[in-house]
Write a protein that binds this ligand. Structure first.
Ligand SMILES: [Zn+2]
Length: 223
């Protein structure tokens, strides 16, 4: 029963981050207007706001204008639910919140190649809770350096946001675990890269980190 409740909460958070990322990309207010179709702008009814179920009931299309709803919406709601079911202690709670916040940043990055800067500091706080002062010093020092130096680098090979996520992950999981899913993220990105245009890398990093976390929890039977 607890697992079902956690899944529902997680899928709601998944739904929320998709909606917020859409508004970030449109430079619209996070708070108003109420949830609506991005195509016809009609406000959604209560039964069109239920994560996962609404998508299935609507068969992936807007009830009013029949424009397809991106499949990403359903995918993020399901993954959000699955990640939340891994919550069993303080660490897994922090990992879940960390992944959801970076999931939000990845959705923003996929649309605009940017994301709100507060995500970096909020997730660093989640990663550093309970750690010794030296870790706080090193972690925040590295993030501050990236934040200050990257704008002066004309053509960096990796974005500052991507690097901030990796530093944050290193603080949360350690370097070894981060290196494991970083390889997967790179392979995913290489397999999808078709042009020389700048690639939003955060979606691949977040996908690989989330997959690694879910598989680790399943394998250690902590689910
Ligand atoms: Zn519509």
């Amino acid at each position: 029963m607890v697992t079902v409740i956690l899944f529902v909460y997680g899928s709601c958070l998944g739904s929320l981050i998709v909606a917020l990322a859409c508004r970030y990309a449109q430079q619209a207010s996070y708070w108003s207007p109420a949830s609506h179709c991005d195509s016809c702008q009609r406000p959604l009814r209560y039964w069109q706001l239920i994560p996962i179920l609404s998508y299935l009931l609507l068969r992936g299309r807007c009830h009013f204008c029949h424009v397809p709803i991106p499949f990403t919406v359903l995918l993020v709601e399901i993954i959000g639910g699955l990640v939340a079911t891994t919550i069993s202690d303080n660490f897994s709670l922090r990992v879940t919140l960390w992944l959801i916040l970076w999931g939000f940043a990845a959705l923003c990055d996929s649309r605009t190649l940017t994301f709100p800067g507060w995500v970096t500091w909020a997730t660093a706080g989640l990663a550093l809770v309970g750690q010794p002062p030296v870790s706080w010093g090193i972690g925040l020092g590295l993030l501050f350096l990236i934040h200050r130096l990257w704008p002066h680098w004309h053509s960096p090979t990796i974005g500052d946001g991507d690097l901030e996520m990796l530093v944050s992950a290193g603080l949360l999981w350690g370097v070894t675990v981060t290196a494991q899913w970083l390889i997967i993220a790179c392979l995913l990105a290489i397999s999808r890269a078709r042009t020389t245009d700048r690639l939003p890398f955060l979606p691949y990093l977040t996908t690989a980190a989330t997959g690694h976390w879910l598989i680790t929890v399943i394998l250690t039977s902590a689910w």
